[in-house]
Design a protein around this ligand. Structure first.
Ligand code: MG
Length: 255
């Protein structure tokens, strides 16, 4: 991959201030973040390589075409939505409920057979600084896999209360629709300008922006930065470790 397609440094404090100004002009609201909504795969856990591998293997098992890059581009969709898109493209019809169940079961089986994904480097520090700043922490994920949801509590104990987790089971329309992030606003009783979204996926950025929330992209995968900035990310960081250095500067913008 051309390294020029990915920035290597964190945005400066001046760039952060400009991004907040653009957000306020776009929404007509005063940015005042009281909560941070974290996506899970590719943000808290380095689980996307396992997801991409298991999606591609599953698709091929059922006679469907899929590349690893496509798996990254579909990240954030519910399993049912991804399966429907693959079948519609290949066979010209949506998947039946039984097919969705079969394909998603195989995807979960292969994913669960992968080596356990580690925590994303720097995520602990981001969470610690958000908590120390007195902000509410939520997780908003397209995943409904119990194995990953259980890992939240073991990997990041004390950060994610069950009532502040939004999973695929809580929504009728997953990312890129705004519904998952709107559910998080419901659960916290906040308005869009009172939250920040942290996302690594193009469709997740689309969902956060569509919910009217200040959306920070963290490019932890193989896609070029443009895959995250074109859907409208307000800021882009190259890693969670660099976001850990920058998160207080974002939160203080609304202070
Ligand atoms: Mg993600």
């Amino acid at each position: 991959m051309d390294l020029n397609t990915k920035r290597a440094t964190a945005p400066s404090q001046e760039e952060v201030a400009q991004a907040v100004k653009r957000y306020e002009e776009r929404t007509g609201q005063r940015f005042a973040p009281r909560a941070v909504f974290f996506d899970m795969d590719g943000v808290l856990f380095n689980s996307m390589p396992n997801h991409a591998t298991s999606w591609v293997q599953t698709a091929h098992h059922f006679g469907l075409d899929m590349t690893p890059e496509e798996a990254y581009m579909h990240e954030g969709r519910t399993g049912a939505d991804t399966i429907n898109i693959l079948m519609q493209r290949q066979w010209g019809r949506p998947a039946t409920m039984a097919e969705i169940d079969d394909v998603y079961a195989e995807k979960c089986r292969l994913f669960n057979a992968c080596p356990t994904a580690g925590k994303m480097t720097g995520a602990d520090a981001v969470l610690a600084r958000v908590k120390a700043a007195g902000r509410t922490i939520c997780v908003v994920t397209g995943s409904g896999q119990r194995s990953l949801l259980e890992r939240l509590e073991t990997g990041y104990p004390g950060y994610f209360a069950p009532e502040r987790i939004v999973s695929s089971k809580d929504v009728t329309q997953g990312k890129p629709k705004p519904e998952p992030y709107l559910r998080a606003l419901d659960k916290t009783g906040l308005l869009p300008h009172e939250a920040i979204v942290i996302e690594n996926a193009p469709l997740g950025v689309t969902a956060g922006v569509a919910a009217g929330i200040f959306t920070v992209a963290v490019n932890t995968g193989p896609l070029p930065d443009s895959a995250l900035t074109e859907p409208g990310a307000d800021l882009l960081f190259p890693s969670m470790a660099l976001l850990a250095d920058g998160i207080e500067g974002i939160l203080s913008q609304g202070a």
